[in-house]
Design a protein around this ligand. Structure first.
Ligand code: DX5
Ligand code: ZN
Length: 219
């Protein structure tokens, strides 16, 4: 059974409180928080994502799944640890070498938070294989990070399968999260490839009935 992490990136401020309640009723498994710094990607979303994270912590017990699309990982880890997330994921492309990645992984874990490592569509899974025994999750981007509502890049699915095969062959116990362009009409291909946590933003929050979409995605 897959889990659903709903991205609130495209939710307007006027609708966020109602959306948080509705997503909880609709049984999303996580709130996916897309943090952009205006450097790693052009957009800057951190202020509004901090605001939304604060609301979530005040009215919901659902776990936060924080996806950092930032260059200065440590700075944003420190900001988002304040919201007691279940997991913080940072990009392998944002660090200079494996040593820095390991330092960040250890730092996040030492704050009682799980850690994920994210890969852009252009990045080979080889870049993260040596880190897999240290993280809880790999986030495979199925679009180029930067904005919600883009179409899924089909050629990223083979990376998910490759990663799934490696994880199984090496008896690793980690999640594969797929993120970007996933909707009810293509979720099956992402599940078939081997992802067990599905991020969906516009595929859920721009629909009328969150509950039926989430139930159908999990089915
Ligand atoms: C892309 C973000 C994704 C994305 C999800 O930069 O990391 O989380 O916005 O939204 P949809 O499902 O609309 O692509
Ligand atoms: Zn994301």
């Amino acid at each position: 059974m897959v889990e659903i992490s709903t991205s609130v990136l495209t939710v307007e401020r006027e609708k966020i409180m109602q959306t948080i309640y509705d997503l909880e009723v609709a049984k999303t498994d996580y709130f996916h928080i897309d943090v952009m710094d205006g450097k790693f990607v052009t957009a800057f979303t951190s202020n509004i994502m901090e605001e939304y994270s604060g609301y979530m912590k005040s009215v919901s017990t659902l776990p936060l799944d924080v996806h950092l699309m930032v260059e200065d990982v440590r700075k944003y880890v420190d900001i988002y640890l304040n919201y007691e997330p279940n997991i913080i994921t940072f990009h392998i492309e944002a660090v200079k070498d494996e040593e820095e990645a390991i330092e960040l992984i250890d730092y996040i874990k030492s704050n009682n938070c799980k850690v994920g490592i994210a890969l852009n569509p252009a990045t080979d899974i080889k870049k993260v294989l040596d880190l897999l025994d240290k993280v809880h999750m790999v986030l495979v981007m199925t679009v180029v990070p930067g904005e919600g509502g883009q179409p899924l890049m089909e050629d990223t699915l083979s990376k998910i399968s490759e990663l799934k095969k490696y994880i199984d062959e090496n008896n690793l116990d980690i999640d594969i999260e797929a993120d970007g362009g996933i909707k009810l009409d293509n979720v099956q291909s992402v599940k078939d490839a081997g992802a067990n946590i599905i991020v969906s933003g516009t595929g859920i929050v721009k629909q009328d009935d969150f509950g039926s979409v989430i139930a159908a995605m999990k089915d």
